[in-house]
Design a protein around this ligand. Sequence first.
Ligand code: C2E
Ligand code: MG
Ligand code: MG
Length: 702
Amino acid sequence: MSDLQHSLRTASPEALGPGNSGSLLRVIADAVPASIAYYEASTLRCRFANERYARSCGQSTASILGMHAQDSVGATTWKIIEPYTRRCAAGEAVRYTREQLDEQGQRRMMEVHLIPHLQEGRQLGIFVMIHDITHHWQAERAVRESNERMRKFSAATQESLVFHKDGRVLDGNEALERLVGLQVADVIGHSILDYVAPEYRQSVIDYIAQGREDTYEIAVLHRDGHSIPVEVVGKSMPHEGQEYRIAVLRDITARRQAQEHLAFIALHDHLTQLPNRRYLTEQLGKTLARLRLQQGRAALLFINLDHFKTVNESLGHQVGDTLLCEMAQRLKATVRACDLVARLGSDEFVVLLPDLGLAQEAAQVADKLLATIGRPHKVGGLPVSLSPSIGISLFPEDGDEPEELLRHADLAMAYAKESGRANRQFYQASMDARTPHEELRLERQLREAIARQEFVLHYQPQVHLADARLAGFEALVRWQHPERGLVGPDEFIAFAEARGLITPIGRWVLHEACRQLQAWHAAGLPTVPIAVNISALELRQRDVLADIRQVLHDTGLAPQYLEIEITESVLLQQSGTAAQMLAALQALGVGVSIDDFGTGYSSLAYLKRYPIDKLKIDRSFVIDTPDSQDDVAIVTAIIQMGHSLQLRVVAEGVETPAQQALLQRLGCDLVQGYGLSRPLAADQVRPWWEAWQARGGLTPTP
Ligand code: C2E
Ligand code: MG
Ligand code: MG
């Protein structure tokens, strides 16, 4: 009980009476920031009221005296307060709150105390004391609402939230319960380290100690013992002079699985699960490095199945696939465990024999393979025989580098085919394909082509899957050969690179693409960007960034309409320079796409590190969808991974309505391919665009 309440309880009623209205008590009562009144218990008539109370009843301190409580407060209020008044009149101290409108019509919250006035066991009256607690109530309500909002936020998010102080858990949300498999109540009070996999505990300690707020990755321990990879970001939250932290944890299992899956598929053939060309080249590189030091030898066996195409066409692709898997098994079963069997594609396999003694041993292995592979297979009850042709190259005699050894083994294999198939041949220098004379001629022609600008660009449209809007064009170079007609880039880009002729071609392409696009914009075609391919070697050989600035300046094209397509290898080979270049492109406003994605390392690490806008799924993954489950899985993984990194995903080589429908279902953003349009000569672009609009975009073409 407050002092004021105490003095009121023990005061004599006369001290409050009208005769004493000028007394010290009245002065005090009027000065107090509360409404005060005194009612006689037996009659409920007012015997005293301070000014504030009287005013609130629409009376003066004099006019209210003698009034019945019901009359002074009015009928409506009386209805509400009568039960409290009765309780107090029966001797109980009562406290309640009630809302009331003030003179301005604002809602106010009042706290009312009714205190019985007792003397010698007899109740004489009721003291009324009313405080305005509106401010307090509003503040409380704001806190309540804000807590409620916080609870809703944290329950709504998929991300786990943990509140902690110095590593002791204070609170968490529902997502946290799912993540660790425990109720929040059971986690509270424990050290957060109890839920972190041991190898990450030190970094958690460091991040907390240093108050770091950047994102990092750890693994969380689930109650049943398995660990879950998560991305964490912690934020310091000072509260009432104390340092609290909130940690937000995001489960990245799906992303990790996609990453691991991609790492595997990047290095393996999907049909046979054998290592692919990439894996082979890498492994070969390592083996050769070791053998150089040890002065050892190795052999490469290049194996091609004779007449496989015919078998495939006559018995069907499914039988073809089964036969290829069977071949893979036989190859692996015939060689030693330390030998490597890879599949390069279609019916081409390579066996690497490291640590070879004599060249003759390679011949013995090849003969064994001729025998095992040549054994008939049973297909639908009928025997089918597939003989191999095998070419052999030796390290160090036939080459010092993986690519060279592969090329030479391949040549020897072609020689074996020419020599009647089902046999093996060692590589000989005389087998080299393009004679030096032919190479010189090609180089001369290419130089002339550059001088006479015998190149043209074709443009392939890219469209949004969601609404069929045109999204841009990719510029693809062709060589207008005087005798051979249009020659595709696959036939001359690599050669131009090898002969140091890529720079002038690349410069011309960039300039022409920007010039053409600017002209289309001016002519009223949609203002979409154009993508230009830049090879890894071009990036190393010339200052591409300076060229881009120059071309944008010369053609007047705004930077956001230019995109550069690079392959994953660029990011891997020259991480320092790549980072600088990509940052500069981003600063300039030029977009960057990763071309042929999935055929390289497909690693998240560098995708996260660099400012990239788009991933282009290589068309080899799209081609067999939706029939190939493996390829559907790969495409799904790439789309999911791209989106988790906020990248737009483009599918290349989309040819059929079924592929389009699948990609649409998987949430792929953009498509490009023959199904929408082949690459078009510049003057075909407008007619295509008009026809495209007329038929309403993506509606499946027959
Ligand atoms: P890319 O950048 O992956 O270009 C896409 C290639 O796929 C183009 O072949 C295109 O014609 C083809 N394509 C598009 N849709 C389909 C489809 O539905 N089915 C099939 N089967 N193919 C489709 P293209 O024009 O022969 O270009 C081949 C490669 O040459 C390009 O692959 C690119 O890496 C390179 N290239 C093209 N132009 C340039 C250039 O100006 N500079 C450099 N450095 N490289 C270029
Ligand atoms: Mg491209
Ligand atoms: Mg591509």
